[in-house]
Ligand binder design. Sequence first.
Ligand code: NAD
Length: 360
Amino acid sequence: MTKKIAVLSGDGIGPEIVSEALKVLGCLESEFGLKIETEEALIGGAAYDAKGTPFPAETLAIAKEADSILLGAVGGPKWEPLDYSVRPERGLLGLRSELDLFANLRPAVLYPQLVNASTLKPEVVSGLDIMILRELTGGIYFGQPRGRRLNGKGEREGFNTLVYSESEIRRIAHVGFKIAQKRDKRLCSVDKANVLECTELWREVVIEVGKEYPDVTLSHMYVDNAAMQLVRNPKQFDVMLTDNLFGDILSDCAAMLTGSIGMLPSASMDQEGKGMYEPIHGSAPDITGKGIANPIATILSLGMMLRYSFGDMENADRVEKAVISALDLGFRTADIYSEGTQRIGTAEMGDAIVAALRKN
Ligand code: NAD
């Protein structure tokens, strides 16, 4: 059956990296019988420029109608002076919350070929395979009230609200335990229960849910320690379960363990498994238009889409193997380049992966 993908390239390097993922998709269609229809829509700064809003109703309609969504990145300095309500990031947050994409899966895997691209010692990171599960539609990014105001002394103050309901914690915890069951059966829940009541509840509810998964070993860690442990001894983790804010930060930290943020895909799923797939990095304004961005995170995001939303393990495996083959051949974008390898640009990396796909 033909699947429909909404393609939201967004801003900055978004269109450059999404083009490469579409090349891979095209190859899967022409060579391996994948049946896909794509429809493009505007999001973020590009949408604001064209329609005056970072999240046009038409985009939401296309995303809702699609079986799955492929997103590049949003944001950039051009839109930073805008009010928060129309910043590009609001488009992304709107999409996540409108589609109830509450479970954000961020695998951090170190490919053996890139062991030298990590800033950490090879013995610390080689063999690294962590799954970070971040709650995506609640917590401080969405909590009300929020804003800026003048306080009683006439001084400016900013405020945000960290809030999680029991049901929000429960549903993400279930996803975490289920993922752990399919892996090494270890779940580490990350919170700040010693100072934040909200995350004290987080810990309590995770423990309650854990009783339904006796085969999974549950541990807890404060977020400051988790950040330190990720750099000190990252291989101690299997699945890390955490809230929206902590997950945002910890997954970027984990990204660097793997050599580059340009390598890491992500999936954001709803209760039924519909997903939005995107690289974990942003729009990288510093390298936009230079043709040097790494498209691998986006291509691997497409692989995750095939695996998690379409259940197409065969083509998902093909994509992952093609990425590994291109790395094996020594091809590297600038962010993962090391001596003795061949530095290539965004489009060349897409071509190398497509060539590997055809060969494998
Ligand atoms: P960023 O992830 O865009 O960039 C951080 C650093 O990583 C930069 O040096 C960049 O060049 C590099 N980088 C990122 N992706 C890369 C790739 N594929 N290949 C090679 N190098 C890559 O984060 P930032 O600079 O903090 O944010 C830039 C903009 O992106 C901001 O407007 C921010 O709000 C937005 N942002 C969007 C998302 C998203 O769309 N999901 C996520 C994070 C940040």
